[in-house]
Design a protein around this ligand. Structure first.
Ligand SMILES: Nc1ncnc2c1ncn2[C@@H]1O[C@H](COP(=O)(O)OP(=O)(O)OP(=O)(O)O)[C@@H](O)[C@H]1O
Length: 250
């Protein structure tokens, strides 16, 4: 059987904080095109693991590969800009006094400048404008392009953050608790957006809302005490008694 190179893989990745082992020799793979959920109880190590993947934290041990290339020691901005690893709350803090379009423009400018560096300024500007409209459209905010970001509802600000993440044209989009604080209607809209995003980018989703996880994820990884407790399809995870005892509480 042909083996597919994982988009992302970690090999024995660890992170200690003093005597505390937050991530403990984790071997983790994400494959191109999937929506992967990373779940686990509070303090399981989920945010620490994605911080290691993004380069916001230096590992205590282990290695990280992206598209087959070792990135363990690449700075965070290179992983985001050149490699295409976008972490919604890393690169996309919203500027409340700017319009939605300008917020997306700030995120888009760098990736487009790189892609279109041989074009004239006029063409670059037209490409930027088209890209902003497309990204806002993808998250359902095209009609609010000129609105100040601060005037958006909380749920719409979250969607704007996703548009800004998409503007980087990521290969891997990491969403850290994206539905926290959203209403049921907003969660439904958010799930549709993530499903559409997954047509172009691989998605790694840290999420506590199990309904969202079960609805969106192709595969689920369960972290517990910094280590992988289980991995599988939503059906596998739902039926896994170890996971039920450790986490799902049913
Ligand atoms: N900068 C830090 N300094 C010291 N300890 C930390 C630091 N960051 C995380 N930890 C500890 O590492 C462990 C894992 O934390 P982490 O935030 O990765 O868990 P999590 O699974 O994301 O939790 P939550 O679901 O509550 O966000 C916890 O015990 C936490 O207190």
């Amino acid at each position: 059987m042909a083996t597919v190179t994982p988009l992302l893989s970690t090999h024995g990745i660890s992170r200690h904080f003093g005597g505390l082992v937050a991530v403990d020799r984790v071997n983790f793979e994400v494959h191109p095109g999937e929506i992967r959920a990373l779940i686990g109880p509070n303090g399981a190590g989920k945010t620490t693991l994605v911080n290691l993947i993004c380069g916001r934290l230096v590992p205590s041990g282990g290695t990280i590969f992206f598209e087959g290339e070792e990135i363990t020691h690449l700075p965070a901005h290179v992983r985001a800009g050149r490699k295409g690893i976008a972490y919604t709350f890393q690169i996309t803090s919203i500027f409340g006094n700017l319009s939605c379009a300008d917020n997306v423009a700030l995120a888009a400018q760098r990736s487009l400048a790189r892609a279109n560096r041989h074009q004239t300024r006029k063409r670059r500007r037209a490409a930027l404008s088209a890209s902003i409209t497309a990204m806002l459209d993808r998250v359902g905010l095209a009609d609010r392009a000129d609105m100040q970001a601060a005037a958006l509802s909380y749920g719409h600000q979250r969607l704007l953050e996703v548009a800004m993440g998409l503007a980087l044209q990521p290969k891997l989009l990491i969403l850290d608790e994206p539905t926290q604080g959203l209403s049921d209607g907003e969660i439904e809209q958010f799930c549709q957006v993530v499903q559409a995003v997954a047509n172009d980018a691989t998605v790694l989703l840290i999420e506590h809302n199990m309904q969202v996880v079960m609805a969106l994820a192709h595969r689920i990884t369960v972290l517990h005490h910094g280590a992988i407790l289980a991995e599988g399809t939503p059906e596998d995870i739902r039926a896994n008694t170890t996971v039920q005892n450790a986490y799902l509480g049913s």
